[in-house]
Design a protein around this ligand. Structure first.
Ligand SMILES: *Cc1c(COP(=O)(O)O)cnc(C)c1O
Length: 347
């Protein structure tokens, strides 16, 4: 990708900074399949602490993190409740069916969040010919809904309900850090309502690779078994884990800058007549832009912006998506806003 583009496609496009690379170069390593990589172990202990869980496990991707957790929680034939737009349902290549043999029971949320009322409608009665409702997955922030924050009162309500019904609860917290910085609610407070949590290091935190899952010691012991089956047992992974550790130590607080950039960009783009932006959904670093009124296909708009040096991507259904991150400055966001207004103002 040529450097002259202002790349707002995703917060996954970030590249490791010089000090992060230095931490990687200096990492003390060992064979992590033997549990002997000191840097991986440090990352796991640090992440477990941040998330208030007994143990954590480093995994190569967020998808492997979620799918490993789902595998530990379920048996083939079980049912997993999640939101219609959930990442685990839409963007993990049918992994729940493929890897766990479980089926998804999606419910419709508001801005990606659902409560007990929605769950009760999806819940299976305890009859031998019905699947067992085993697991509920929640996503915070919710990617497809536009980086929206899961309201804490709904999380509490669902968690209390799930515990009385013996249903497990998993948090897809790929961007939990963004939710935490935006609300001031600690990651461990959010995580306390869940049996397992998955968090990404390679999005807004800027690490090149990796996610962490966390839970009880017994849960993580089982997760380690399935991570190996899924091909995620890595050897001198401390080289990568060092970047994750650096990211956790240095790059969480600054996410507020990404939120400011997104809020600015959303206000600017709301001026474009052909666009529809639900400003209430712009809560962190993602903006979903409806462009149906333009009469143009999203691909055409994306191509026109690319020709001017701005990269966006497809949002949900017919929309466009812009994401702010640590490798795009406020100055570049201002320039992008101007280019988008000029290019799309005439649509
Ligand atoms: C990015 C993301 C993941 C994991 O993605 P990978 O590309 O596999 O690392 C999981 N959940 C959500 C909500 C995400 O945005």
């Amino acid at each position: 990708m040529a450097e002259q583009f202002i790349d707002l496609r995703s917060d996954t496009v970030t590249k490791p900074s010089p000090p992060m690379r230095e931490a990687m170069a200096k990492a003390v390593v060992g064979d992590d399949v033997f549990g002997e990589d000191p840097t991986v172990n440090r990352l796991q202990e640090y992440a477990a602490g941040l998330l208030g869980k007994e143990a954590a496990l480093y995994v190569p991707s967020g998808t492997m993190g979620n799918q490993t957790c789902i595998k530990v929680h379920t048996q083939p034939g079980d049912e997993v409740i999640c939101e219609n737009g959930a990442h685990v349902f839409n963007y993990e290549t049918g992994g729940i069916a493929f890897l766990s043999g479980a089926q998804v029971h999606p419910v419709q949320g508001k801005r990606g969040a659902f409560g007990v009322a929605e769950i009760e409608r999806a819940l299976r009665p305890d009859l031998y010919y019905m699947p067992k409702t085993r697991l509920i997955c929640m996503e915070n922030t919710h990617n497809r809904a536009g980086g929206t924050i899961y309201p804490l009162d709904l999380i509490r309500e669902v968690s209390a309900f799930a515990r009385t019904r013996n249903i497990r609860l998993h948090l897809d917290g790929a961007r939990l850090w963004n939710a935490s910085v935006a609300t001031g609610i600690a990651p461990k407070e959010y995580a306390s309502y869940f049996d397992s949590v998955s968090v990404c290091l390679s999005k807004g935190l800027g690490a090149p690779v990796g996610s962490v899952i966390a839970g009880s010691a017994a849960f993580i012991a089982e997760a380690r078994h399935f991570r190996k089956i899924f091909g995620g047992g890595m050897r001198q992974a401390g080289i990568l884990a060092a970047a994750g550790l650096y990211a956790l130590e240095h790059n969480i607080g600054r996410l507020s800058e990404d939120h400011e950039k997104a809020a600015f960009l959303a206000r600017e783009l709301a001026q474009v007549k052909a666009f529809d932006i639900d400003m209430g959904s712009v809560q962190t670093n993602i903006i979903i832009i409806g462009a149906e009124k333009s009469g143009k296909k999203p691909e055409e708009i994306l191509a026109a912006l690319r020709a001017k040096g701005v990269l966006l991507t497809m949002g949900n259904y017919m929309g466009l998506r812009a994401v702010t991150h640590l490798d795009v400055t406020m100055g570049e966001v201002k320039r992008a806003a101007q280019i988008i207004r000029e290019t799309c103002g005439r649509l």
